[in-house]
Ligand binder design. Structure first.
Ligand code: ITT
Length: 202
């Protein structure tokens, strides 16, 4: 049974990305805490992601939400690191190709940049850092990584972002072809969330 003082703890999920929000809510939803989203907080905004590391950007988001609400807050900063591009787009994954592109546009641009790269050299990984800023301002970060390859073309319609081109060899499918439950078993966010669970229930 959960300790009494954790029962009604409120934790704000400091993200504007609906795909992340959905995954985090599923990954943490069974904990004895009340999860809030930014949509529950009138006037909530997130700061510019000006930092150079996932951890610092995740902390920027979590700190902003914690200060605004006084509740514990959790920020997620994540990205796709493609070896043939020297680790790009990495921390810039959300802005790859500029602000005018949507998820499909970023996927198309990525495939275009990798057009001449053979299958054996298309290795990549998703990285996710989750930052937790607690009610008193204490800060923690945890990380999860999923190793894969960039597919030749998009496949599958589940998930979000770069999922349709992230081929995951242990399942023989892209993340876009995995069910939510399957992705939750193996993803970078699931691994980070597993570590975050220990912080949230500790
Ligand atoms: P917030 O800052 O509001 O949380 P964001 O989308 O701007 O949302 P990031 O700055 O962390 O978040 O950018 C992460 C980028 O990496 C974004 O383009 C995502 O689509 C992509 N990404 C992260 N996790 C992913 C996943 O599980 N599957 C596919 N793409 C993912």
């Amino acid at each position: 049974m959960a300790p009494l003082d954790t029962l009604n703890r409120r934790v704000v999920l400091a993200t504007r990305n609906p795909g992340k929000l959905r995954e985090l809510a599923r990954l943490l939803g069974d904990l004895p805490i009340e999860l809030l989203s930014l949509a529950d907080i009138p006037g909530a905004t997130l700061p510019e992601e000006t930092a150079r590391t996932y951890a610092d950007n995740a902390l920027l988001k979590a700190r902003a939400a914690q200060r605004l609400t006084g509740c514990a807050a959790l920020g997620d900063d994540s990205g796709l690191e493609v070896d043939a591009l020297g680790g790009a787009p990495g921390v810039h994954s959300a802005r790859f190709g500029g602000a005018g592109l949507d998820d499909a546009g970023r996927v198309a641009l990525l495939l275009e940049r990798l057009r001449a790269v053979p299958a054996a050299k298309r290795t990549a990984r998703f990285r996710c850092v989750i930052a937790l800023v607690d009610e008193g301002g204490g800060e923690h970060t945890v990380e999860g990584v999923a190793e894969g390859e960039i597919a030749a073309a998009p496949r599958g319609a589940s998930g979000f972002g770069y999922d349709p081109v992230f081929y995951y060899p242990p399942r023989g499918r892209t993340f876009g072809e995995l069910t939510e439950r399957e992705k939750e078993g193996v993803s970078h966010r699931a691994l980070a969330a597993r570590a975050a669970r220990a912080l949230l229930s500790g």
